[in-house]
Design a protein around this ligand. Structure first.
Ligand code: NCD
Length: 304
């Protein structure tokens, strides 16, 4: 039984395998072909924190492959409000389903869930920890849009302290041999553990606070939202909200083939005028969550 808690749970070969499988599932993801390889399987989708893309693309992936989904989005209607522990919820749900997708505000929640589960646990975001399936779809998007997954200059912008998508993505990109530049406001720098990983891999590029300086040497501009909900003090959030804004003028200063990604939701870090530019790939990226999660679910519970 395999769990996917961190990007480090997947070998480089397995990651490539998921991306290749996802490539072959694009027509099913778009609804242009029909598949039922997960017929009779049930996915439990339990989300203790808000989500739009992650939850819905997991559910679409399962449905497109002929499987079923149970679960909840928000705990208001569950026994969690009666004081049920995560451990008990997982014990039970793992008896109802063939895999569990879990999102939880606490870092380490998915890792803890393993101890109480009889079926694979997939981490769909644990606080400021990890978001490994987002990384898979990010890698898939980069490979499709850039034609390769190595030797790129990739700049991660925004809340690198609390932004779990970057905590998973940066080490994975380093494993594939890409240089990672880190740009964040003061106080929202990438955690030391991740920076150390990039350094050891010899893949740490520049570390700065300036978005303007990094754009001209960037192949992939990966923009993230300031994670308002993780700030203990709202005043601290207000100080950094809106410090970075990617607009058409900024994009024009980058290489012509640069792409712009964002795990979404965006607040105001990318101006709407950018959406129409050929560099904007964030909505394609969001769609890619479907074939990639189809591929991952097939690998984990599809019996092949
Ligand atoms: C991200 C998340 O939840 O970490 N969203 C997502 O899954 N696409 C990013 C965010 O909330 O800013």
């Amino acid at each position: 039984m395999r769990h996917v808690i961190s990007v480090h749970d997947l070998s480089t070969e397995e990651i490539i395998d998921v991306l290749d499988r996802a490539e072959g599932m694009l027509d099913v993801a778009r609804g242009e072909a029909v598949e039922d390889r997960l017929k009779g399987k049930i996915l439990a989708s339990i989300f203790f924190e808000p989500s739009t893309r992650t939850r819905l693309s997991f559910e679409t992936a399962m449905n497109r492959l002929g499987g079923g989904v149970i679960g909840f989005a928000g705990t208001e209607a569950t026994s969690v409000v009666k004081g049920e522990t995560l451990a008990d919820t997982i014990r039970m749900v793992s008896g109802y389903a063939d895999a569990v997708v879990l999102r939880h505000p606490q870092e380490g929640a998915a890792k803890l869930a393993i101890e109480f589960s009889d079926v694979p646990i997939i981490n769909a975001g644990d606080g400021a920890g990890q978001h490994p399936t987002q990384t898979l779809l990010d890698l898939f998007t980069i490979r499709r849009e850039m034609g390769r997954l190595e030797g790129l200059n990739i700049s991660l912008i925004g809340d690198l302290r609390f932004g779990r998508t970057t905590h998973s993505l940066a080490p994975a990109l380093a494993r594939f041999g890409n240089t990672i530049n880190l740009v964040s406001p003061k106080g929202l720098e990438m955690p030391n553990g991740v920076v150390g990983y990039l350094e050891n891999a010899g893949m740490l590029g520049s570390v700065s606070h300036s978005l303007e300086d990094i754009v001209p040497q960037t192949d992939v501009l990966y923009v993230t939202r300031i994670q308002k909900e993780r700030f203990p003090d709202p005043v601290e959030y207000e100080k950094v909200a809106g410090v970075y804004r990617v607009d058409a003028e900024l994009v024009s200063r980058g290489p012509e083939k640069m792409i712009i990604m964002h795990p979404l939701p965006r607040v105001n870090e990318i101006a709407p005028e950018v959406d129409a530019l050929p560099q904007a790939k964030y909505f394609t990226q969001a769609f890619n969550g479907v074939p990639v999660r189809m591929a991952l679910l097939s690998m984990l519970i599809g019996g092949s």
